[in-house]
Ligand binder design. Sequence first.
Ligand SMILES: Nc1ncnc2c1ncn2[C@@H]1O[C@H](COP(=O)(O)OP(=O)(O)O)[C@@H](O)[C@H]1O
Ligand SMILES: [Mg+2]
Length: 285
Amino acid sequence: MSAPLTQDNIVFDKVEVKYSEYVYALRGVSLTIARGEFVFLMGQTGTGKSTLLKLLTREVKPTSGRVLLWGREIGGLPERDVPALRREMGIVPQDFALLPRKRVYENVAYAMRAIGATRREVRRRVPEILERVHIGHRADAFPHQLSGGEQQRVAIGRALINNPPLLLADEPTGNLDPAHSWEIMEILMELNRRGTTVIVATHDQMVVERMSKRVVNMQGGLVVSDVTPSDVSAEAITQHVTAGWDDEEPAHEDHPILEPEPPEEFEGPIPLDEEDLEPEVPPHA
Ligand SMILES: Nc1ncnc2c1ncn2[C@@H]1O[C@H](COP(=O)(O)OP(=O)(O)O)[C@@H](O)[C@H]1O
Ligand SMILES: [Mg+2]
């Protein structure tokens, strides 16, 4: 047992999770993730990736072993402390979970209001957050007017309202085509470069292979390999990402493995219904 239990690590220490008599989701996982790392949890469906993330959000408690978040044991945290724990992390759901009748701006604004932000904070922060996930130009759009990749950007934006030091994404590209998947990964990488620890569960081999990041491979509730590539410098990744954003070239351009993105079909503006016309937090007020 040598896991460094410092303030700067997330530590899974011989963690087992048993959902029932017959279902072991994790069979003794030991894993250390340092502050500021970008880590993929990779593996087939059913190997325990989501369970590992749910241990951090405390949706799941370890059956045995310990889970430490920056020096705190969270496996045994009292229920009353769980909401505060969750406010320390951004959680990106796979299905976006946006409010369908709210505009992009309002989707983020409502989440902020829900955690007690003042209107002033909302007005200041929402545009900033939308820029950070490159969706500022669609602030007034409704979710159904956005592509899957754009909706996912809004979902990531919403996960950033607390400025979380830790971002957890469970299959964030699960519903996206390769080009949009890459876009999402670029955003996650930029957040990571700004200091956010990012943990991404995915079974998308192609995304992982192109990213040159640490990959923790899981199989049957166990970590079977843990590889941090050393062949790509952080600087090279930075340059690639910046180039992709600045000139708005398709991000997949220098990655011929990806199919070209098909033209997007926008249905155009849809008629508003009563509820949509309710006075709400005005965008850009
Ligand atoms: N709430 C639950 N109740 C019972 N079994 C579960 C539950 N959640 C997950 N499992 C089982 O635990 C195993 C690991 O699941 P999961 O962590 O979701 O894996 P992954 O995210 O890699 O697909 C699977 O066999 C799954 O069926
Ligand atoms: Mg899963």
